[in-house]
Ligand binder design. Structure first.
Ligand code: AMP
Length: 541
């Protein structure tokens, strides 16, 4: 017998429909690429997203067609999230920080039909476009007054396209399993792989992320996604914030400490999310300026491991509740967030911090396990570590046009991360499977060694890579960027490890560099570092 409840598909358009109806006056504030701050409301956004859907139809975009974006976090990008997916096409967010060759590969692989581009990326697009055969037109995300000189064919101005539309449009209803959007995982090896989200997975992910044990979002919040909309959907915040009708604050291209601070302060931001580098920049600005954070309550940090020292500083000096989170493009992205459980009220400060440096536990909708090389489940005792596998409502079931890669026969997704899971379900990521250092048959976590190093007051950034060793196979080498003006030595840093990690984990050597290489999404590019230090002679070798 079937239940007698309404059969309404979970569609992305329903989020904006709701926000426009019940939070129509709530603001979306954007720092624009052109310069000024732009403000409008959810009801303005819905009208313009509908105009955009009609403009797309007029340009020949139909159901399932891929429409690409190369854009920062801002109101027009937000309209594309809703206008493109809402009409049944697929919004393909491309990471503009990738190399030109990777971008053209992605556009061809996805067979993008149109590309919407922020002014910042126009000249890059001119380099990429000749290689992107499927693209039939380019829309510059600005108004006529700011239209640039451009050498591409079939170029349109975003505002002009919208101006001729009336916005009289009903969002179409269709199967919730329909593809809504796509992102290519940045991956540090091989070609990027396409993750194709559905309306259902996106709405369920947004719903789950608003719950108290995930991001805990509400209509009283002012949410600032610093994590870019071109990288894992800005952790789903453009959907989740709309679902609860929170004020949205979009930082555009300015993600330096001072600009982030200004928006937090001026717009009363209560919640934000970003990678550790962003918060490093903010903390640096706060320290130099002596400014305080007033409205800012919660800050989700993920994408790379959150250093202990950062948690302490944000919580104890600035009163911000830090939530460490883990996720992946393939997981929409949220997998785990670190909130305490009932019964943890009596944790000492040290116990609380030991827990908070872990990546957290899954909410309903995500299932995790760790396995050994033979794909056998390992004990969840906080000690055993192995490859992390995931399953869930918003975990990808296959890569786009690369089916079979990354998944077991029984449907679990191989994350490529190495972690422990403790008896309470808290996952602690110890490494990427490719970055773990194999010393004498045992594994050393490069992440843990990096976290200790960045806790040193003279260290700006640190990376640890495995270097060949005749006896131990590999041993850790610490690569450090010192803080400006610091003369911290190799010996100081090695001594700093004493008592913080097992003796045999302490790096064999330290080398100083001016900067470290990063991927397009701000993670350390370990592959490049390993190449650079491939022939490094350790003093212990
Ligand atoms: P991306 O798909 O670009 O978001 O990258 C996902 C990868 O980022 C994960 O597989 C992890 O290796 C890494 N990552 C994400 N969150 C964390 C975290 N909190 N700590 C350490 N690494 C993380």
């Amino acid at each position: 017998m079937l239940g007698l409840m309404m059969d309404k598909p979970l569609l992305i358009s329903s989020l904006l429909d709701y926000a426009a109806r019940y939070h129509g006056g709530t603001e979306i504030v954007s720092r624009t690429v052109e310069g000024p701050i732009h403000r409008y409301t959810y009801s303005d956004a819905e009208l313009r997203a509908k105009k955009l859907a009609k403009a797309l139809q007029a340009l020949g975009v139909g159901e399932g067609d891929r429409v690409a974006t190369l854009a920062w976090n801002g109101f027009r990008h937000y309209e594309l999230y809703y206008g493109v997916s809402g009409m049944g096409a697929v919004c393909h967010m491309i990471n503009p920080r990738l190399f030109a060759r990777q971008i053209s590969y992605i556009m061809n692989h996805a067979e993008d039909m149109l590309v919407f581009v922020d002014l910042t990326f126009v000249s890059m697009l001119e380099d990429v476009a000749p290689e992107a055969g499927s693209v039939k037109g380019f829309v510059i995300m600005t108004d006529e007054a700011n239209m640039p000189e451009i050498s591409l064919p079939n170029v349109y101005c975003y505002e002009t396209l919208l101006d001729v539309q009336d916005g009289d449009y009903e969002w179409p209803q269709f199967d919730e399993m329909t593809a809504s959007s796509m992102c290519y995982s940045s991956g540090t090896t091989g070609n990027p792989k396409g993750v194709l989200y559905s309306h259902r997975s996106t709405v369920l992910h947004a719903w789950a992320s608003t719950t108290p044990d995930m991001l805990g979002l509400a209509a009283r919040d002012a949410v600032m996604p610093v994590v870019p909309m071109f990288h894992v959907n800005a952790w789903g915040l453009p959907y989740a914030s709309t679902m609860v009708g929170a004020k949205l604050v979009m930082p555009g291209a300015a993600m330096d400490g001072e600009s982030v601070y200004q928006l937090i302060d001026q717009e009363g931001v209560t919640f934000s999310a970003g990678v550790p580098t962003v918060w490093l920049g903010l903390l640096d600005y706060l320290e130099r300026s002596g400014k305080r954070l007033n409205s800012f309550e919660r800050c989700v940090i993920g994408g790379s491991a959150t250093p202990r020292a950062m948690i302490v500083k944000l919580q104890e000096e600035y009163g911000v509740n830090v939530l460490h989170a883990w996720g992946m493009t393939e997981m929409s992205p949220l997998g785990t967030v670190n909130w305490p459980k009932h019964g943890m009220e009596d944790e000492t400060d040290a116990e609380r911090l030991d827990r908070e440096v872990k990546q957290g536990r899954p909410c309903y909708g995500v299932n995790l396990k760790i396995v050994n090389d033979a794909n056998e489940s390992l004990p969840e005792d906080g000690e055993a570590f192995g490859e992390l596998k995931a399953r869930g409502f918003w975990v990808c079931s296959a890569y786009y046009r690369a089916e079979g890669e990354g998944h077991d026969a029984d449907g679990w997704f191989s994350t490529g991360d190495v972690s422990t899971i403790d008896a309470d379900g808290y996952m602690h990521m110890t490494d990427r499977s490719k970055d773990v250092i194999k010393s004498g048959g045992e594994w050393i976590s490069s992440i843990e060694l990096e976290n200790v190093a960045v806790g040193h007051p003279d260290v700006f950034e640190a990376a640890v890579v495995g270097v060949a060793h005749p006896k131990w196979d590999e041993r850790p080498l610490l690569v450090v960027v010192r803080n400006e003006g610091s003369n911290v030595t190799r010996e100081d840093l090695l001594a700093y490890y004493e008592g913080k990690v097992a003796k045999w984990w302490i790096p064999d050597d330290v080398t100083f560099v001016d900067e470290l290489p990063h991927t397009a999404t701000g993670k350390l590019l370990k592959m490049d570092l390993r190449d650079s230090f491939q022939d490094y002679k350790l003093p212990t070798a």
